[in-house]
Design a protein around this ligand. Structure first.
Ligand code: ZN
Ligand code: ZN
Length: 316
């Protein structure tokens, strides 16, 4: 986490790399096991900004250099820990605002932070707050508006000062790999994936110069989606950012990949490089990354766990 200065080019900033509860898990601290959970107890020993085992809800910020000096800031998901992530990483990486938001699905760890949007909305040249564009499927938009009616334009009355209320410009996107959209100048392709067998979430594919796929909540890749991001297309991904929720199969009906499934998917998709996200307390950052170095050497694909605050410069 040495990078402090604003990057000149485009970059990806991992605002959160943890599971839904975040880490440390409150349960492990208020009902400590014997011996105590090593990852959760360790996650209190160092301050969060120096501690890769302290993980907020999964979220990525795309710092996109559109042209010359013009940067656009595109967020993927704003979960339960969004406020903490803004306080910690927007200040550290000097992020002044958000220009648009992409939502993967309507679960709490992806959308509950939307109630705090007012503090990161863009300003126009008069210093007035502008609406922020939020890209989501119709189902996801409906579900969020039900939770936060003030995020729907319909609740605004004409005499209200719109600078004082959160206002979202909803942009409806499709569950379809072949229906790309443009967010703040960046072309993005939705990647429908199964998140449990009865629920579809989206990942996103973006980048002209470097191809990046981000898939934060997946239990199974439909064949069309997997094909589009796999090396077989002739366009190998430069970076795959992929879900790896728990370290072992827990025997329950999973809604996320576990570690062996994630590594199998990385092997099949065969990107130039992969970073893993969504980890629960089964993952001790340094220990698992050491194991992953061996795996990477063997398989010829560099794979590591990401950590909160990680900034990866990349040409988009
Ligand atoms: Zn724990
Ligand atoms: Zn989810």
């Amino acid at each position: 986490m040495e990078r402090t200065a604003k990057a000149d080019g485009s970059s990806l900033i991992f605002l959160g790399t943890g599971c839904s509860t975040g880490l440390p898990s409150p349960r492990c601290l208020i009902h400590p096991s014997d011996p105590p959970c090593p990852v959760c107890s360790y996650s209190l020993k160092l301050p969060p900004q120096h501690n890769p085992n302290y993980r907020c809800n999964t979220s990525l910020l795309i710092d996109y250099l559109v042209a010359n000096d013009e940067h656009k800031y595109i967020l993927i998901d704003a979960g339960k820990t969004f406020r903490e992530q803004v306080l910690r990483w927007f200040t550290f990486h000097k992020i002044p605002r958000l220009d648009s938001i992409l939502l993967t699905h309507d679960h709490a760890d992806a959308v509950l932070g939307l109630s705090d949007l007012h503090c990161v909305r863009p300003l126009d040249s008069n210093g007035d707050v502008n609406p922020i564009s939020v890209y989501a499927t119709q189902e996801c938009c409906d579900s969020v508006v039900l939770k936060f009616p003030h995020l729907s334009k319909k609740v605004h009355k004409h005499h209200e000062d719109i600078g004082q209320v959160t206002q979202v410009d909803w942009r409806i996107i499709q569950n379809d790999c072949h229906k790309p959209f443009i967010a703040s100048g960046l072309q993005v392709c939705p990647l429908p994936v199964m998140h449990g067998e009865d629920y579809v979430a989206l990942g996103f594919l973006f980048g002209d110069k470097c191809k990046v796929a981000y898939v934060s909540d997946v239990s199974r890749f439909p064949s069309t989606t997997e094909y589009i991001i796999s090396k077989e297309t002739g366009e190998q991904l430069d970076l795959l950012i992929l879900d790896t929720n728990c370290i072992y199969l827990n025997g329950q009906k999973n809604t996320h990949f576990c570690f062996p499934e994630t590594l199998d998917a990385v092997r099949r998709i065969c990107p130039k490089r992969a970073l893993l996200i969504g980890m629960n307390h089964g993952y001790d950052h340094h220990k698992i990354n050491k194991d992953l170095l061996e795996w990477s050497e063997r398989e010829g694909i560099p794979v590591q766990l990401a950590h909160d605050g990680l900034r990866v410069p990349i040409e988009l």
